[in-house]
Design a protein around this ligand. Structure first.
Ligand code: MG
Length: 413
């Protein structure tokens, strides 16, 4: 445990019930009422207020089930573009307090606060309260703020006193704080890991840090020991400054077999397209160019690069391009072992990257991004691939905007 209180200071700011709060902001008549925000096709719940949660409604729950649990709740379709505008306001406020702000997701961010106590002549608790009040007044939503010596502790602190709370965990108070938190509340410890740790008598986060490092390594590997150090007050993860744009983003892998089967290769490419799209969407990036490559049994590579019709992160567009390139490259007499996609000409996603003649494409892309964001939000909450796009492998004869790919079917797994 640390002997000094503030060798390092990181804040985690997290909006409370963000989507639902945004809805209450533009419709004050909904204030104080239970709200469920639904995925873009209104199939399931993607966010809810605390009272809806208390009624047993969970993220990812089908809408009919949520309606049965709470018939008087308000059910609204998600409007990610609007939530993005509120998010922009939130982060603009945070950047007034610290030049080093990392947008971790649409409604949460990390701030490097080192040195700011003397600048503001205030203790960290007062700075945190200031941030909360400013966000409430100017952005119209509430946030919870945690400040501690590492990212992981700051994140656990912001979670500790929700909604609209401040939690400060100085170096010397870490152990006291961890005693009040379950291992389940450590970011990265899911149900399975919790069960494993409980078997070894590790129940609270304090139990976790009291176990020797080598024991954590044995149980959870490197990811576990990284967490162990962060919880012991040793910062391993820094607050990322303004992300520099990557030159390219790639998703490639061996297919695990040598194959001549076009459908198998297509299935791998579509999987890569989904992963690539998710990466671009979460980092708010777009690609202007896509390279599709196939690796032959001989390890020779064949590639095809094309310009996308507009800068995009849309899975459906990437998947369509990947399919077209596969048709061009594929030779039924050859054997293939690996394939992949490389997105290049990377830019920050911004409204207005379409020209006037692309209004229809823009509307279509917005719909797709809403669907994909919902899907990723649910997967983020419930573990990768709870929801996946399937049916995309099925060949369709008709042409149309989507090429040969079937419309996606959302599957709960
Ligand atoms: Mg939040």
């Amino acid at each position: 445990m640390l002997v000094s209180n503030w060798p390092n200071a990181i804040a985690h700011v997290d909006a409370d019930c963000f989507f639902a709060s945004c809805e209450q902001l533009r419709r004050p008549d909904l204030k104080g009422r239970p709200i469920c925000v639904l995925s873009s096709q209104d199939a399931c719940v993607v966010a809810k207020t605390y009272d809806a949660k208390a009624a047993g409604i969970t993220t990812g729950m089908p809408v009919w089930e949520a309606r049965r649990k709470m018939p008087d709740a308000i059910f609204l379709s998600a409007d990610f573009r609007y939530y993005g505008q509120i998010s922009d306001k939130l982060f603009a406020i945070l950047r007034r307090y610290s030049p080093v702000v990392e947008e971790y997701s649409i409604d949460e961010g990390f701030m490097d606060l080192n040195g700011l106590r003397s600048l503001y002549r205030k203790p960290y608790r007062a700075i945190a309260d200031d941030i909360r009040n400013t966000v409430r007044h100017e952005a119209g939503i509430t946030v919870s703020v945690g400040i501690s010596v590492t990212r992981t502790l700051a994140k656990m602190a912001s979670e500790y006193n929700k909604p609209d709370g401040t939690t400060i965990v100085a170096g010397r108070c870490i152990h006291d704080f961890l005693e009040r938190v379950s291992v389940r509340d450590i970011p990265g410890i899911g149900g399975n890991r919790q069960a494993l740790l409980n078997k070894f008598g590790i129940r609270s986060a304090a139990d976790f840090v009291d176990v020797p490092e080598r024991e954590i390594r044995r149980l959870l590997g490197k990811a576990g020991t990284d967490l162990w150090h962060e919880l012991n007050g040793t910062p391993l993860y820094k607050v990322g400054t303004e992300a520099r744009l990557p030159r390219s983003v790639a998703r490639t892998a061996s297919m695990g077999e040598v194959t001549q089967d076009r459908q198998t290769i297509r299935a791998h490419l579509l999987n890569h397209a989904m992963r690539l799209s998710r990466e671009l969407i979460t980092k708010r990036l777009t690609a202007g160019q896509l390279t599709v490559f196939l690796t032959l049994k001989s390890f020779d590579k064949q590639a095809s690069t094309s310009d996308l019709p507009y800068p995009s992160a849309d899975y459906f567009l990437l998947a369509g391009e990947a399919g077209r390139a596969l048709d061009e490259l594929y030779d039924p007499d050859r054997h293939y072992r690996a394939c992949g996609l490389i997105a290049s000409d990377i830019a920050m996603r911004q409204p207005g990257s379409f020209d006037l003649f692309q209004m229809a494409e823009q509307r279509q892309e917005e719909k797709h991004l809403q669907l994909l964001e919902t899907l990723h939000a649910i997967n983020h909450k419930y573990g990768a691939n709870v929801l996946s796009i399937c049916g995309a492998m099925q060949k369709r004869r008709a042409g149309g905007e989507m090429g040969r790919f079937g419309y996606p079917v959302l599957e709960c797994g």
